[in-house]
Ligand binder design. Sequence first.
Ligand code: BG6
Length: 279
Amino acid sequence: MSTTYRGARAIDVRGAEGSRATLTEHGAHVVRWVGPDGDERVFTSRAAVLDGARAIRGGIPICFPQFSDLGPCATSHGFARCVRWETKETRDGRCAMTTRATSEEFKAPHETTYEVELLDDGSMRTTLRVRNAGAEAFGFTTALHTYFRVGDAERTRVELGRRGLTYLDNLDGRRAKVDEGDTVVFEGEVDRIYKSAPGTIRIVDEASSNGPRTFHIEKSESFPDAVVWNPWIEKARKMSDFDDDEYREMVCVEVACVDEIVVAPGSTWVGSQTISVSK
Ligand code: BG6
C-alpha cells in the first residue's frame, strides 16, 4: 500500500497479527518495523533527513555496490541508498523494489532487487538479489546495515556465537585482531568488521521499554561477514542527521560481504537476513 513516511514516498507492508514495515522508495530503505507485539524494532533517527538526496540515518540502508570505501565509488557505502527504487511488487506481507542505477565509477549493467517479507512467525526477511544484466563480469561489496532499536546501548550485548573470531578494527586502521570473547558490549565507540562470522548472531536488549528482548539475526552464507557499530558520544555529536544522545537507542549489526563478489553475465547473487525477536 502506498503511503508517505515523514513526507517521503513509501510502501507500507502489513504482516500477520499487526506486524508492519515501511520502505521508502528512496533507497528501498526499511525505515520502520513494528512487531506483532507493537514494539518498534528498528531505529530511525529523529534528525534523519528525508530529502530524497542523501542517505536516511537509521532503518536498513542498503550498502551497494560497495560497503564503506571498499570499492570504486567516492560515496561511502555506494549509491543504492541514495537513489529512487521502483516498486516491482507489493502484496500482503511482502514488497519488492528494484533499481538499475549506475554511477560514474560503477557502470555495470545490473538489475538489483530488494525484497522485504513479514513472515507469519513475526520475523522479517530481507533479500538482496544482484543480477548481472551485461556481457561482462562485475564485482561489488555489500551490507544490509540494520540499525536495531534498543532500550539502552550500555545494557545491550551482541552475542557472536563463537570465541576467537577475527575482526578488522575500523578504529585502528582496520588492523586484524582476534576477539578473545564471544560478546560485544558498548562502553564506547565500536566499529568492527567480523570476518566469517557465524550464521546466527543475537542482540540482547536488556532495557527495552516492554521488557527484555533478544533479536536473532540469521544470515545467508553469501553474507559471510558482520559489522558491529555504535558511534558513541563524540561521533554522534559530529553527525548532523543524528541527535547527540541517540547513540544510546541503537546498535548496528550489519550482515555483509566485504570481499569482492564477482557476478558472471546472466548470473544472480542472492543474500538475505532473517530477523526474529524473542522475549
Ligand atoms: C558502518 C561503518 O558500517 O557505517 C562505520 O563501519 C560508519 O565506519 C557507519 O561510520 C555509518 O556510515 P554512514 O556513511 O552511514 O555515516
